[in-house]
Ligand binder design. Structure first.
Ligand code: KG4
Ligand code: ZN
Length: 345
């Protein structure tokens, strides 16, 4: 089964092609991505600019993906596109393009939930079998879910305020490290002293495995204000202290989620980490340590498939199509679409 997938829900325009074998194995045949950089000057993504850029570039990326895979539309078995959640103008561009292509070529359309794309990527890259615990850490989300199957998610915890990627982005912005913030903070942190600043670990001692990052962000702001002049070493130390706090929070709450999920994860529990923040090497190490302590297996897709990409959408589309699931041409684009609402759709 060969599926073309389009991703346009934020500031990456992407088109990719995957093959899914009858045995569930996957192969990435083409992976085209264009990261929009025009937003840097604004310190964040400007939705209208992003949507216009998707319109400008998507057709060429689709053509490049077909040529990379040495395939034609007639070789495809389905067209998938992100149908939400995300910036609605961008989601509409990808979804309407997919609808047009599906209609013109008589192919099934699969409207993919972007979060399901992140959630299932480890099955493409590492053949991760169900069930597994998923830590989804991106620019818009921070959630812990038990993934039982395609469309079958139970949420154990979520952020009550900011997403973890957002905390990285805002921290970078306050320190003038540029956008996107995650990689910039990671780079600065590499030469910093993580013990220099005492930053809070919100929700310590509270039951459950929800997250909170807004207090941490405020503490970073306060630490910056307390410094008279901010030197590059101050920035490095603060970035390292911030990253360590995030590592402590993620490890603690993920540890609790492993306990909460308990026997549902089977004798050798698996932890899959997905979303842009999973590209962070320090955080990977912290989660690796947690998994070693708990006798669990850690699965993290390669960094370029952790941040937004078309392969995750093509793959989620292929997984759905393999189950006989596709969508009508009037499926709506959705700005908000929690994973836990997916089973019923
Ligand atoms: O999954 P993603 O590409 O887009 C969303 O669906 O949100 O995630 C983007 C987020 C951004 O907040 C970015 O700063 C963060 O992932 N990110 C990182 C790293 N690379 C990307 N955060 C920490 N360390 C990184 N190396
Ligand atoms: Zn994403």
């Amino acid at each position: 089964m060969i599926v073309l997938g389009l991703e346009t829900s934020c500031d990456e325009t992407a088109a990719a092609i995957v093959r899914r074998g009858a045995d569930g194995t996957g192969e990435l045949l083409a992976n085209q991505i264009l990261s929009q950089i025009d937003h840097e000057a604004y310190g964040g993504v400007v939705p209208e600019l992003a949507a216009r850029a998707h319109v400008t570039h998507l057709d060429a990326l689709i053509a490049a993906a077909l040529s990379e895979a040495k395939l034609d539309f007639t070789d495809l078995d389905g067209i998938a596109a992100t149908a939400g959640p995300g910036l609605i103008g961008g989601v509409l561009v990808g979804l309407m393009t997919a609808k047009g292509l599906a209609f013109a070529h008589g192919l099934p359309l699969i409207g993919v939930n972007h979060l399901e794309g992140h959630a299932l990527t480890a099955r493409l890259t590492d053949e991760a079998p169900f069930p597994y615990l998923l830590l989804l850490v991106s620019g818009g989300h921070c959630q812990l879910l038990v993934v039982e199957g395609v469309g079958r998610y139970e949420r154990l915890g979520t952020t009550i305020d900011d997403a973890v990627g957002e905390a990285f982005d805002k921290t970078a912005k306050m320190m003038g490290l540029g956008y996107p913030g995650g990689p910039a903070v990671e780079k600065a942190a590499a030469s910093g002293d993580a013990t220099r600043f005492a930053l809070p670990r919100p929700l310590t001692g509270r039951e459950g495995c929800d997250f909170s990052f807004s207090g941490l962000k405020t503490a970073v702001r306060k630490a910056l204000l307390d410094l008279e002049e901010v030197s590059p070493q101050d920035k490095a130390d603060l970035a390292a202290s911030f990253q360590k706090a995030v590592g402590d929070i993620l490890a603690r709450q993920t540890g609790k989620a492993l306990e909460m999920a308990g026997a549902r994860l089977g004798p050798t529990p698996r932890l899959v980490v997905a979303g842009g923040v999973a590209a962070n090497r320090y955080l990977r190490t912290r989660l690796e340590e947690l998994c070693q302590e708990r006798g669990a297996q850690l699965i993290v897709p390669p960094p370029k498939l952790c941040t937004d990409n078309g392969a995750m959408i093509a793959w989620a589309g292929a997984e759905r199509l393999a189950l006989g699931l596709s969508d009508p041409l009037d499926i709506a684009a959705r700005a908000r679409w929690p994973l836990t609402e997916l089973a019923a759709s």
